[in-house]
Design a protein around this ligand. Structure first.
Ligand SMILES: Cc1cc2nc3c(=O)[nH]c(=O)nc-3n(C[C@H](O)[C@H](O)[C@H](O)COP(=O)(O)OP(=O)(O)OC[C@H]3O[C@@H](n4cnc5c(N)ncnc54)[C@H](O)[C@@H]3O)c2cc1C
Length: 603
């Protein structure tokens, strides 16, 4: 992938009109499809590579290149092709996957509607079964049901996976996915379909997002993607999952690859931005103690503080993402995509997607500012990467919504774990755990400021564990009080949303630190010292950010918070000699980085 993206055919072109940019991205997509990259995850029987891990690696690598190409690739092969593969059965695979993989059949994934983006369970597009004609009738009943934001819809898509509410003879069966043509072979709009361009966006303008309306469009019965629910010719419905809620969430679960992919690609975009900023910072000089002796801006503590914790966090997320990808691939390849481990992968994917994309957005802003005015020039790429990755916080699941799912999962596990003990048992247990940990952290430890202690990985991980457990326990208690005071489950959750988000973040960060430690232990011996420092800076920067909470809960005393701050400074200084090597280790070739300011001899 890296070799390919370095070729002149993938060279960046700045300042194109939206129409020209969309065509360039489509041409690039064709090139990748021609090289067999889009179908890497599809079965070999249908021209694919049969290797989901390879597909994810391709996507991750693409993320350092143009984000519009990355997203267009994701829509065509990941969302459109992936949903045919995951939600369809043999007949759909045989008929479509080869053409999806070669881009002979460009398509869309049409789930979101104007009225419902995050809450897709309430989408309103209708699919009525007509047994006489053995067809489904796809219909947009009102304006809020129009399909919104659909990638590939405005210009190139011919077929769409459309999510709609299935009804048979007046009986409702919930949301299902259907293959609905939107354009003819020659590019004309399909009868009964209306398409509108979504227009200019704040980024990703090489992707043709559009809106779709369906006016009683008839499709054959076979166009229902029927892995989780089928309809006979006579209109009898059956599903391997009896419970409609479970069925719906199982269907959504097949999309976990999309979330992992977005996190991988966002992380690659950030790495590109950090590599540009660090390399520029190492050569750009401003000010000095005497005239004519200016200092590289990367030597300034403020510069290091803006970039190095971000690099350390990117490394941390790398280990967490690699571990998650390994578990995801193992679950898919062993056919265990319906069991408990897969549910955990799904939740971990949601949490990491949220934190990784937020980190990308913040990190690219810092990288842009660290490059001064040069960072704002299009040819230096960071401004574009920042604009394009902004929306990763929203699509493939809004981050704020995803983190609530993570927190709810943690609370549910808790409840299940202590079901037998009952609520009082849980509270007793929580009290014991919390006080046991607190006893270890307090009061002597809260005051300890010596370096040995602050640099001890067990201390750092211990604090993150304590924070998570305490937030879990207090969230559970807070919810219980609300419910006892008469609130319903929904109302109680809303009153505790701030708490749930803090809990989810604490959980993801604790797990990420654990993965980082494991990754460091398993790394080549020569790499361990520098990885150890990065792991430490990641942990310390979380403690520094959370000092308010830690002080408020007696985990830290003032002197300790100050000592942590001083140690972050020291850690940054220690990493300075390694900074360029650390971003070069991201392995992004110069042609893909693209930015003149990142090259040797930059001004
Ligand atoms: C560029 C782009 C490309 C896209 N491509 C596709 C595509 O190809 N196919 C497709 O189907 N969809 C696509 N989408 C849609 C995308 O998935 C949705 O935008 C996303 O799910 C969020 O939905 P929404 O925009 O309606 O926001 P909303 O759900 O309305 O959210 C708005 C705000 O409300 C907050 N919010 C919502 N619910 C809660 C809650 N329970 N608690 C607290 N806060 C809440 C959110 O955090 C957010 O800040 C795309 C979107 C964009 C912007």
């Amino acid at each position: 992938m890296r070799k390919r993206l370095r070729e002149p055919r993938f060279a960046y072109r700045h300042g194109l009109s939206t129409a020209a940019y969309r065509e360039l991205v489509f041409d690039w997509l064709r090139e990748l499809a021609r090289d067999g990259l889009g179908s890497a995850a599809f079965p070999r029987a249908y021209g694919g590579g049969g290797n989901i891990a390879r597909f994810l690696a391709i996507f991750e690598t693409l993320g350092a290149h143009d984000q519009s190409l990355t997203v267009k690739f994701g829509v065509q092969f990941g969302l459109f092709g992936g949903s045919i593969y995951q939600l369809g059965t043999e007949r759909h695979h045989a008929r479509y996957l080869r053409d999806v993989g070669t881009l002979a059949l460009p398509g869309c994934f049409a789930m979101s509607e104007l009225g419902h983006g995050s809450n897709v369970r309430e989408i309103e597009t209708e699919a009525h079964y007509d047994p006489a004609a053995r067809q489904f009738i796809i219909d947009t009943p009102n304006e809020s049901a129009r399909k919104e934001w659909i990638g590939n819809a405005a210009c190139h898509g011919r077929l769409a996976v459309v999510f709609a509410r299935l009804s048979i003879g007046g009986e409702q069966h919930g949301v299902h996915a259907f293959l609905v043509p939107i354009r003819t072979q020659t590019g004309g709009v399909w009868p009964g379909v209306r398409i509108e361009d979504a227009g200019e966006k704040g980024g990703l303008n090489g992707v043709d997002n559009g809106r779709l309306w369906f006016d009683r469009v008839r499709i054959p019965r076979e166009n229902l993607l029927n892995r989780y629910g089928d309809v006979t010719e006579d209109g009898d419905y059956s599903s391997p999952i009896a419970n409609p809620t479970r069925r719906f969430f199982t269907m959504l679960g097949t999309l976990v690859a999309g979330r992992i992919s977005v996190a991988l690609a966002a992380q690659s975009a950030l790495k590109a931005g950090l590599a540009i900023a660090v390399r520029y910072g190492a050569s750009r000089k401003q000010f000095g103690s005497s005239e004519g002796h200016e200092v590289p801006i990367l030597d300034y503590l403020t510069h290091q503080r803006r970039l190095f914790p971000a690099i350390a966090t990117a490394y941390a997320f790398d280990f967490a993402l690699k571990s998650l990808v390994g578990r995801f691939v193992a679950a898919i390849e062993s056919g265990h995509d319906a069991d408990a481990e897969y549910r955990r992968v799904e939740a971990d994917g949601a949490g990491l997607k949220a934190l990784v994309t937020w980190h990308t957005i913040g990190g690219l802003q810092a990288a842009r500012e660290c490059c001064g005015g040069q960072g704002f020039l299009a040819i230096n790429r960071i401004a574009q990467l920042r604009a394009d990755t902004d929306v990763t916080a929203t699509f493939e699941g809004d981050n704020t919504v995803l983190l609530q799912l993570v927190a709810k999962g943690l609370l549910t596990d808790y409840r299940q774990q202590f079901h037998a003990a009952g609520a009082r048992g849980i509270l007793r247990y929580l009290g014991r755990r919390a006080s046991a940990r607190l006893a270890r952290v307090n009061p002597v430890l809260a005051r300890r400021t010596d370096e040995d202690h602050l640099r001890d990985p067990d201390f750092q991980l211990g604090v993150l564990r304590y924070r998570e457990e305490r937030l879990l326990g207090s969230a559970a208690r807070r919810l219980k009080h609300r419910i006892e005071a008469g609130a319903d489950g929904f109302g109680a959750l809303i009153e505790c949303q701030d708490h749930l988000l803090a809990l989810a973040r604490a959980h993801v960060e604790r797990r990420t630190l654990e993965e980082f430690a494991r990754g460091t232990d398993n790394a080549e011996p020569g790499l361990r010292p520098v990885l150890h420092r990065l792991r430490e800076l990641f942990a310390l920067s979380v403690l520094e950010r959370e000092e308010g909470w830690l002080l408020a809960h007696g985990v830290f005393e003032g002197a300790k918070a100050e000592a942590v701050r001083a140690l972050v400074n020291q850690s940054c200084r220690e990493l300075r000699p390694h900074a360029v090597a650390l971003v070069n280790a991201f392995g992004i070739p110069d042609e893909i980085l693209g930015a003149p300011i990142a090259m040797a001899g930059a001004p």
